[in-house]
Design a protein around this ligand. Structure first.
Ligand code: SF4
Length: 255
């Protein structure tokens, strides 16, 4: 264990707050802000205790143990929004969806559909390159039982809001109902014409929204790539491929 208790690096002294996200001039600045945030006491305690205690299989690794920034193409026309980092996945590796079964399922599909340079993504130094797609989450710290509270989602919201502005995708693939509501709320806050009542989440749901400045984008609903869904067959590889291919088609980057 290193001097920092097994965590890749942490400091309360220079911690960012989500309110500063709006002033980030670009994605590297936003990502740097995200990784120093300590705004949610419950999540800070959890992410760091998991990083100290570790899973036996990873006991020789130094966990990231911090908020996880988005990963992928900075000019992606397709943004994939999940839920939150997994305790022993992205909270260990520091790269979104990297190092767990959910990521294995997602990266294989991204490779089959032409968005990823290789079918696996298990370590930040594995050479994986995403083209046309960026992966992110409405909550950047691993939550206990994969369940952030509504307050934690709202607290973290400015990071997703600023990422949406900087990436400016034309398609957002949303994995699961939590991310669906978070994304719709963020878009509504930014003036997008999100219908009321809010469109209901479902696998294959497709919602087009416009902005007063003339832009438009499409949200695509997809069951989350969690083991709960993939091990039970609720979400199969062809189902995920179909949503990703539709995203590519809408974004104009697939035939
Ligand atoms: S969940 Fe978001 S707002 Fe809360 S501590 Fe993590 S990065 Fe900060």
């Amino acid at each position: 264990m290193d001097d920092d208790g097994g965590v890749a690096g942490r400091s309360g002294a220079d911690a960012a707050t989500p309110e500063r996200a709006a002033s980030a001039p670009d994605l590297p600045a936003l990502d740097a802000l995200v990784t120093t945030c300590r705004a949610c006491p419950r999540l800070v305690a959890w992410r760091e205790s998991v990083a100290r205690e570790k899973r036996a299989a990873f006991r020789d690794e130094t966990y990231w143990g911090r908020p996880v920034p988005g990963f992928g193409d900075p000019a992606a026309p397709v943004l994939v929004v999940g839920l939150a980092p997994a305790a022993h996945g992205a909270n260990r590796t520091g790269r979104m969806f990297t190092g767990d079964r959910s990521g294995d399922f997602l990266f294989a599909a991204l490779h089959r559909t032409g968005f990823a340079s290789q079918p696996t993504g298990r370590r930040p130094d594995d050479g994986l390159v995403l083209t046309g797609v960026r992966l992110t989450a409405p909550v950047r710290c691993a939550p206990p039982a994969n369940r952030p509270t509504p307050t934690e989602r709202r607290t973290c919201g400015p990071f997703l809001g600023r990422e949406l502005q900087l990436v400016a995708p034309s398609v957002i693939v949303v994995l699961g109902g939590f991310g669906w509501l978070a994304t719709l709320s963020t878009l509504a806050e930014q003036g997008w014409s999100v219908p009321r009542p809010r469109p209901v989440f479902g696998h294959g749901a497709e919602v087009r929204v416009g902005h007063p400045d003339g832009r438009s984008l499409t949200l695509l609903g997809c069951f989350h790539v969690s083991q709960q869904n993939t091990f039970t067959g609720r979400l199969t590889p062809p189902m995920l491929d179909s949503v990703l291919l539709r995203a590519g088609e809408l974004a104009g980057i697939r035939a």
